[in-house]
Design a protein around this ligand. Sequence first.
Ligand SMILES: NC(=O)C1=CN([C@@H]2O[C@H](COP(=O)(O)OP(=O)(O)OC[C@H]3O[C@@H](n4cnc5c(N)ncnc54)[C@H](O)[C@@H]3O)[C@@H](O)[C@H]2O)C=CC1
Ligand SMILES: O=C1[C@@H](O)[C@H](O)[C@@H](O)[C@H](O)[C@H]1O
Length: 335
Amino acid sequence: MTVRIGLIGAGGMGRAHVERIENELAGGRVVAVADLNLDAAKEVAEPLGATAYGSGAELIADPDVDAVLVATFGKVHAPDVIAAVEAGKYVLCEKPLATTPQDCIAIMEAEQKVGKKLVTVGFMRRFDPGYQEMRATLASGELGYATLVHCRHRNPSVPEGYVTRNMIDDTAIHEIDTCRYLLDEEIVSVRVDAPRSTSRRFDHLRDPLVLVARTESGVLIDDEVNVNIQFGYSIECELVMEAGTIRLGDQNTTVTRDSHGNRNPICRSHVDRFHTAFNQEVQQWIRAVERDEHTGSTSWDGYAATCVVDAALESLESDGREVTVSTIDKPAFYA
Ligand SMILES: NC(=O)C1=CN([C@@H]2O[C@H](COP(=O)(O)OP(=O)(O)OC[C@H]3O[C@@H](n4cnc5c(N)ncnc54)[C@H](O)[C@@H]3O)[C@@H](O)[C@H]2O)C=CC1
Ligand SMILES: O=C1[C@@H](O)[C@H](O)[C@@H](O)[C@H](O)[C@H]1O
């Protein structure tokens, strides 16, 4: 069976997903594209022979669409995700699932009403081979339990429209989910420190920031978010256990050695650093839809991450006070 996919949001991520579905992955075809900017939808749809729509609602109602990929802005994800769930269609929704806990709860309620897990959140790092190995090492127990996780999320630069809260709700949300995934437990409190800002930023931005979070069992996580680092896209993570540590390797597999020393190329963006992870994420989603199964992170994962984001934003607004993460009880449906 070929999974007939409808894409909502024909921007950067939407186009990157279309490209991989059409040219790198198996089992799926993009049959419809929706964007509020109908010209953008047409530009993506026409070369594929797909139908273009001016709204997500029309695309979701199309009987030729089996499954929906949502790649619009986070704050407008919820209505389309809920409509797709109510139509009984599987959804791969780019991160964040939604920008408020209330919207995430509405998504979880819709899913529970339908009685089936239909929503996967686009936390693609869960499909990165490095993070997967780190998780397996911890789970094996060979090096004992985890005590600390050190993370660094560095982007070369960000556009002017990117504001300070995006350091957390758009960027650090990846480490929030990744640490929950690695440690298999919830984050219960968080604070945000704001060191001296770099001059290489737009004036309105506080950059860098450091999130310091604590999990249920007491693991301490620190995450340096630094989005105008200039030199490239650099993601680092080290998990400290009782009898050893494991960290992500550097960005590429080859290292040049010459009279300047040892060096490897630096990635420019998430697109090249997480190419394999994105492909795995979307490929496994397509295969799971074929089998009528859920894969990847759930709506609960999207909700839990958004609650940590909210607590971190509250800390940022209150000069770095430690804030307790407040959530509803986890529904048995997501156990
Ligand atoms: N996993 C990752 O590493 C990354 C994930 N993302 C996520 O992907 C999503 C999209 O981001 P980008 O592609 O960078 O944004 P973008 O701005 O390039 O594209 C968004 C598109 O959605 C359309 N749109 C907005 N509201 C809409 C609505 N209600 N209905 C239909 N179309 C609508 C816009 O017209 C635009 O074409 C965001 O949730 C973002 O956080 C983005 C970059 C990397
Ligand atoms: O999700 C992403 C972007 O939205 C975000 O703006 C970047 O900071 C991240 O590195 C990227 O993975």
